[in-house]
Write a protein that binds this ligand. Sequence first.
Ligand code: CEZ
Length: 781
Amino acid sequence: MITHNPNTGRVMLHSPLTMPRATTFLWNRKLILQLNCRGFVTAQHAQPEPAKYSHGPSLEAKTFMQPELPHHAHHPGRFVYIKDEADEHLYSVPHEPVRHPTASFCFSAGDKDVWWDNRERDIDTRWSVQLPPDDAVEIWQLEVRNTGERTRQLSLYPMFSIGYMSWMSQAAAYDGDLGGILARSVTPYQKLEDYPAIRQLKDMTFLLHDTPPDSWEASREAFEGEGGIGAPQGITAARLANGDAAYESPIAVLQYRRTLAPGERLTLKFLFGPAVDEDEVRRLGQRHLGQVRAPTGHAAAEEIASARLHTPNGELDNFVNHWLARQVRYHGEMHRFTTDPQTRNYLQDAMGMCFLAPAKGAEAIARTLSQQLEDGNLPAGVTMTRDAQLKYINRVPHTDYCVWLPFTLRAYLDESGDTALLDTPIEDARGRSATVFERVTLAMRWLMDNCDHRGLSLIAQGDWCDPMNMVGPAGIGVSGWLSMATVAALRAWSTVANAHGDEALANEMRTHAQRMAEAVQRHLWDGQWFARGITDQGRTFGTARDEEGRLFLNPQSWAILAGIASEDQAAHVIEAAQRELASPYGMMILAPAYTRMHEDIGRVTQKHPGTAENGSIYNHAAAFFIRALYKINRADLAYAELQKMLPTEGDASRREQLPVFVPNYYRGAVHQLPRTAGRSSQLFHTGAASWLYRIIIEDLFGLRGCEDGLRIAPSLPSEWAQARIERPFRDATVDVHYERDANVSATEVSTEDGPLPPDGVLRVRPGHRHRVQVRLPSGHG
Ligand code: CEZ
């Protein structure tokens, strides 16, 4: 059902029916498209706030990208109806809206373009889309070929949804001079002070063609008639009615009546997108309606070199080599398509970028610190433009923002070796200057102060878990997870402080971390696992005494990551997680999922059981768990969990996930709600991508940067007899070959220059290609 091309990385799905929710995505600096295998498309452009130009039939609330976005017959899409003029046989490509199964179907997701190949009655079609690097415009192409032996008379009707644009004003008409359909609207507003912003918005949606059509329709109602979207009445006539829409919902449909002799081909090209005025439409037409060029796509002009794996697991190779780095890059460059990414997301996305383009990581660290608040804390979101405002969750006070700084900084320092960043001065909004080192130290002090009398971290209205908003609004409740993450952050920072020559600070951080670790042990270890927190009312939750939300994954992972859990405790919590949280799709974030509101925990308990933070396989959390497993050398278990992030041959139709991105979650609550368990959220915004990439490089392949070079200490699964990774590292390339060898009892690493020095560090020479041979004892992972 799913195949891939190992050379190009393209992933192909061969039926529109087996996983109807499957999607992929394309982006450039201005535009993001999420494309569903059946032809539905969710598009947002940045002006710079995200906006839509292709809507559903009812006015939708504007919001961020959502998980499990339902597709309905009128969900926006890009389709082509195809009518055989001889007998009126009607179908549509790729599949919607007619839903007539074609003789063959292939949804092909590429890095920079997406196409659908359909064959029906000896007519081959390829419907494809790509994006230019800089403009908010979709470039579509329809290729039709008659592969049969008879001449065919066809009518082709490309149809682009425009939908309900505005309750104030909307209209659409064909414009022969522009060469297409132009829909106009006014973004609804009421406040006079909004007018200056409203008048700048791109309130037009256009469809331009390179070939004039035989007829067209711009009114959705007129096009559909009594037949509806699946069998539009407009199509039953010989020609469309050339109608317009006047305060009626627009649509853009064109008709091409064509005779195709055997073997004959036909190519049509279209542009679809938003514009501010007709001049912009004209300019975009001139720029992009010329010759079809090779897809350029992507936000950044320069290609970024990423690691290449060659392992016994071809699917993992294809995913990591072609898709995971791409997802990391998308996050690092597009900030989840918002102008105020959550500080925690921004920093973790930047952490991933440190492995692809460290300079981008440094940029993000500097930008974050330039927005540091007077008391050392960070704001909830990092604003990307001068006018950007903190929205949605960024108006809710959380207490974990600072914790992410040392992890991103560590990744940057390890990858780049550029310790000079620490001494770089950063000016804040009040014009005060302090170095990166001083600012991060200030942030660590904020975390140290954010503690209650027990020495645990106050949670306020949330930590990593956005919807855990009622544990500590009174300023009393604490987060177990945050206390542990603070210990990890302070310990990481004390290492950096040491290397930076500030021993006093290093000691202070270490001592404080130790005290917090003891507080965690005293107050949160329930004998079997670590609790999630203590509420404003003093109730410890996430323990064996709870009926719902008994066991939370994050505190277990972070007790290990922070070095708080003893060996014995680590073994215990892993066993508990395997018993209570394991599923074929990965570890659930908590179980049992909440089935009713718990007013001392909050909004998370109101989410549908098994979705998102309420008991799904939340891949970001699953990644923390995998990282923790590697930390304590449980390589085989770690690899088994890592593999679960991707669909397998057997469960793809359940997950409906193509191996082209890690989704933010798979439905969990596997025992409570088995019917939906495993279903993908289809949301490609997730911190899991960065962590997964980091884990693969640093833990699985064991290539971790340090001040002097690259430390090599792999944790390959025992089932791999050999593997290889080529990775760019500090202006050099390292090409590491791993092999199991029955004659060695401990890992042996050698290079062209002989064995590594006793410190296990490869000194990397700029411009050099280092060939490294790693011999691993056989039999254990
Ligand atoms: O957002 C993510 C956040 O982007 O949820 C994570 C959090 O760590 C990330 O920073 C865990 O809470 O407010 C909500 O209820 C939303 O559901 C968010 O929690 C969630 C979005 O669905 C995006 O994944």
